[in-house]
Design a protein around this ligand. Structure first.
Ligand SMILES: [Ca+2]
Ligand SMILES: [Ca+2]
Ligand SMILES: [Ca+2]
Ligand SMILES: [Ca+2]
Length: 411
C-alpha cells in the first residue's frame, strides 16, 4: 500500500542536517482566503507560489516559517473548490493555480483525500500563463489524492502548460470532463505512476480526444502501473490521446469508449500520432462506438506503424482496422474476427489506495509479463512486489486471484 506519509521522517532527517524545506500543512477543508488562523489548500498554494504567508495570525500558511515552501501536506477529507470569479491563473478563484516548479502536493491517500471541483472549471492548473521553466527542473508533484468533478476546455482534472514538468503518483482522477483531455491535459514532461483514471470524458466532438489523458509534450511521457477504466471520448483515444511520445509499462486500459457519439470519427482506447513504446501493457475490452453504425472499428489502439512500437509482452484484445503494430516476443494480439478476452475482474478495490482491474486467475495476462529489456515494474499499482507466481503479470496489477472459473484453485 502506497501511503506517502513518510515525509515527516524525511523532513526530520533533513532538519537534522540543518536543511529542512518548509512544508505547509492544510488545516481546513473550506476554500477560504482570510486571516482566520486556518490554512486552506488555496492559501497554501498561493503561499507556495509566492513565499508569502497567507496571514499574520498563528495557524495561517507559512506564518512564522521561512520560504521557499516546497511541500503542501493535505490531510484526509474532501477539499471542495467553491470560490467563483473570473477565470484567472493567479489562484484567486476557480481552479487552483500552481505557478512554481518543485512544489509537491501530498495527500494522505487517494482513498481518503480528495480535491473536488465545482464543475465550472478544472481542479488544478500547472504553470498557466507562465513561461516554460528551465529544462530539467523538478516537477510539480501530486501524490496521494483523488481529483474529481473538474470541467474545462482541456484538462478537466489537471492541466500542465508547455514545458512544465508534472508527476502524478498514487492518485485517482475521476469524473472529470473537458473538451479534450478529460482527466489530464499535459503539455510538458509527464510521469504518471501507480494511479487510476476512471470515468473521465471529453466534450468536444471535433477535438483531439483523450477521455482520460491528452499528452502533447516533446519528451516521452512515462506511464507505469496505471489503470484506465470507463473513460470516454467523442473522438479519438477513449483512454489516452498521444500527440507526444510515450513509454508505457504495466498499464491497463479496459472498458474505455472512443467515438462515443458514434459518427465514425474517433477510435482507439489509445490513439497515437507520436511514438508509443509499450511493454507489459493490457489494452482490451474497450469499445469503439463506430461499430453501432457499421463504421471502421479499432477499439483498443489506433495509429500507424511509425507510431506503435512494442517491446513485447503486451495483450491487445483487438487491433482492429486502424492499429498498425508488429508483434514482438510475448505479445498476444487479437483481431476483429478473433478478439482476445482479457478476463479481468470488475473495476474495484483490490488493495492499495486506488481502484484497479485485476486479471482473473484464468486470464492470459497472468504470468505472461516480460523480463530483461521488457521487464515488469518491480511493484504493481498497489505497491505489491512482482511477481506473484511464476512470472509477472501483464497490466497494472499483479493477480492474486487464485480461483479459476471452473472452481479449481490455481497452482
Ligand atoms: Ca486563512
Ligand atoms: Ca487557471
Ligand atoms: Ca484559478
Ligand atoms: Ca465521434
Amino acid at each position: 500500500m502506497i501511503r506517502l506519509q513518510t515525509y515527516a521522517a524525511f523532513a526530520g532527517l533533513l532538519a537534522a542536517a540543518g536543511n529542512a524545506p518548509a512544508a505547509l500543512l492544510v488545516t481546513t477543508t473550506a476554500d477560504t482566503v482570510a486571516n482566520d488562523g486556518a490554512c486552506s489548500l488555496r492559501e497554501a498554494i498561493t503561499t507556495a507560489n509566492t513565499g508569502v504567508a497567507s496571514g499574520a495570525a498563528a495557524g495561517e500558511c507559512g506564518a512564522g516559517q521561512t520560504p521557499p515552501f516546497d511541500q503542501i501536506d493535505l490531510p484526509a477529507g474532501s477539499h471542495r473548490l467553491q470560490r467563483s470569479g473570473p477565470v484567472d491563473d493567479s489562484n484567486a478563484a476557480g481552479d487552483l493555480d500552481i505557478r512554481r516548479v518543485g512544489i509537491a502536493l501530498i495527500g494522505a491517500g487517494a482513498d481518503v483525500t480528495e480535491i473536488r471541483g465545482d464543475r465550472n472549471e478544472r481542479v488544478l492548473d500547472v504553470g498557466a500563463g507562465q513561461p516554460p521553466p528551465t529544462p530539467g527542473s523538478a516537477p510539480v508533484r501530486i501524490a496521494g489524492v483523488t481529483i474529481r468533478n473538474g470541467t474545462d476546455t482541456s484538462g478537466g482534472g489537471v492541466r500542465s502548460a508547455a514545458g512544465w514538468p508534472l508527476a502524478i503518483e498514487a492518485s485517482t482522477l475521476a469524473n472529470n470532463s473537458a473538451g479534450f483531455g478529460g482527466g489530464i491535459a499535459a503539455n510538458g514532461p509527464l510521469q504518471l505512476r501507480a494511479s487510476t483514471l476512471h470515468g473521465n470524458t471529453t466534450s468536444d466532438a471535433a477535438g483531439p480526444g483523450g477521455g482520460g489523458l491528452y499528452y502533447a509534450g516533446t519528451a516521452a511521457a512515462e506511464l507505469r502501473n496505471v489503470t484506465f477504466n470507463a473513460n470516454e471520448s467523442l473522438t479519438d483515444g477513449g483512454a489516452i490521446r498521444l500527440a507526444g511520445p510515450a513509454l508505457l509499462n504495466n498499464v491497463t486500459a479496459s472498458g474505455n469508449t472512443s467515438d462515443a457519439d458514434f459518427n465514425d470519427s474517433g477510435d482507439g482506447a489509445i490513439a497515437a500520432t507520436a511514438v508509443v513504446d509499450l511493454a507489459n501493457t493490457l489494452l482490451a475490452a474497450n469499445i469503439d462506438f463506430s461499430i453501432l453504425i457499421g463504421g471502421a472499428v479499432s477499439p483498443d489502439c489506433s495509429g500507424g506503424s511509425a507510431q506503435w512500437s512494442s517491446r513485447g509482452y503486451n495483450l491487445i484484445g483487438n487491433t482492429g482496422m486502424a492499429c498498425q503494430i508488429t508483434a514482438q516476443a510475448g505479445d498476444q494480439f487479437g483481431t476483429s474476427a478473433q478478439p482476445l478476452n482479457p478476463r479481468l475482474l470488475p473495476f474495484g478495490p483490490y488493495g492499495g489506495t486506488t481502484e484497479t482491474q485485476m486479471p482473473a486467475a484464468n486470464s492470459t495476462a497472468v504470468d505472461r509479463g516480460g523480463s530483461a529489456a521488457a521487464a515488469c515494474e518491480t511493484v504493481d499499482q498497489r505497491g505489491v512486489a512482482r511477481p506473484i507466481g511464476a512470472a509477472c503479470d501483464i497490466g497494472a496489477v499483479e493477480s492474486d486471484d487464485r480461483i479459476f472459473s471452473d472452481g479449481l484453485q490455481a497452482p
